[in-house]
Write a protein of this length. Structure first.
Length: 385
């Protein structure tokens, strides 16, 4: 007979955090009164200013989502269709798909085991005559080795972009994520730390890139509505910006909630063989929107998937972020010589070990204690192998 799950309602990873609902509705009402609903409206402009201020950048172009933001950023940076872009295989499929959709060729690189971010030495081995850029990912908000990558990109004359979907509000060497490389791209998807229902932003200190990106996201229209380039429609609407503005107001509070949740997980899982909470960069500010555990099968006695299954049986909807490596997903796995010319052992090991657990305002100490109890009941220790 199936056992009663520990939780009657599902616990999700990335349950949206919503700010002040009255203020949101007021902002939406104002937009309706103005009848200015999209096309660079006042709420979008205010949101862009606030994002740029937090990211410490001269420019911000708000976009419909991070996926289109990355397509636009790479194009605006001058990466051409047919050119290769080096991307870590340990990321969400949105990162390579964005490049592939823009006609560029994702070439997968391995990652550093401790941080899960792109390994610059491995990236260098993949640089060839067709390489146009490097697209690092601040995985779980943990910044890439920005200095090493900046040096590498500089030596080879490549564009350096960052997928900062997870990293809004985080720092690298005490400087905010956003101003590194040629451009960085945030996601404001409903599950993210800052949430505009759907949304994203390209941030940069490069005046020319910002101007090109602004035109590209608005069907190639320049400031005077003249057509200055090709383009797509990746505009953010006023309703999305209203949600983003309200969300920006609770980031300090949310950081504290996430910090506390992560600590409860650390305390609840302490001493369990083979289970560790993956750390953020020491000494840096981190939004901690993802709490990710690493299950070492040899020490835990069970594979990560057994823990994942046990959690799901109890209505805890853990996510295998990221599994499998992007190089093993379509369409890339069909052409390994093109997309994964070198072995990716660290990525392949990590994708078998990581598991994202519910966090954010939807969970508290009671839920986290329950999640830890399920994990503790599942892990057997080394003798179970
Ligand atoms: C690492 C990473 N990059 C990009 C994206 C795509 O963001 P969006 O949904 O805003 O296009 C996500 C979304 O989950 C992500 O996790």
């Amino acid at each position: 007979m199936p056992r009663t799950p520990m939780f009657s309602e599902p616990l999700h990873v990335g349950r949206p955090n919503v700010g002040d609902r009255d203020r949101l509705l007021r902002l939406i009402n104002d937009a309706l009164d103005r009848l200015w609903l999209t096309n660079n409206g006042p709420l979008v402009r205010e949101f862009e200013e606030k994002v740029a201020e937090r990211a410490g950048t001269r420019h911000c172009v708000a976009v419909a989502n991070a996926t289109s933001g990355m397509q636009i950023a790479a194009t605006a940076a001058g990466v051409r269709p047919g050119q290769e872009v080096i991307i870590p295989a340990f990321t969400w499929i949105a990162t390579p798909h964005a490049m592939e959709w823009a006609g560029m060729v994702p070439v997968f690189c391995d990652v550093d085991e401790e941080s899960g971010t792109i390994d610059p030495e491995h990236a260098e081995k993949l640089i060839g005559p067709r390489t146009g850029g490097i697209l690092g990912v601040h995985v779980y908000g943990r910044p890439c080795p920005v200095d090493e990558l900046t040096d590498l990109a500089g030596r080879h004359g490549l564009s350096l972009l960052f997928d900062a979907a997870h990293a809004f509000g985080n720092t690298y060497r005490q400087r905010p994520v956003g101003g590194f490389g040629t451009a960085e791209v945030f996601s404001f998807h409903a599950t993210k730390f800052v949430n505009s229902f759907e949304g994203g932003a390209i941030v940069t200190n490069d005046d020319g890139l910002a101007e090109r990106a602004r035109a590209l996201h608005h069907l190639g229209l320049g400031p005077g509505r003249e057509i200055v380039s090709r383009g797509t429609n990746a505009r953010m609407s006023e309703i999305h910006a209203a949600m983003g503005l309200v969300s920006l107001e609770i980031t300090d509070e949310l950081m504290e909630v996430n910090r506390r949740n992560e600590q409860w997980y650390r305390d609840g899982l302490a001493g369990l063989p083979g289970v560790t909470v993956r750390p953020q960069a020491p000494g840096e500010r981190a939004n901690r929107q993802y709490v990710v555990i690493d299950v070492d099968e040899r020490a835990a006695g069970v594979h990560r998937d057994a823990v994942h299954d046990a959690l799901h049986e109890n209505n805890v909807l853990s996510r295998r972020y990221f599994h499998p490596g992007c190089h093993l997903s379509e369409p890339y796995r069909a052409a390994p010589a093109v997309h994964a010319p070198l072995p990716l052992p660290v990525t392949e090991a990590l994708t078998e070990r990581v598991l994202a657990l519910p966090s954010g305002t939807a969970v508290g100490s009671v839920e986290i204690a329950g999640v830890c109890e399920i994990i503790a009941r599942t892990v057997t220790g080394p003798r179970g192998v």
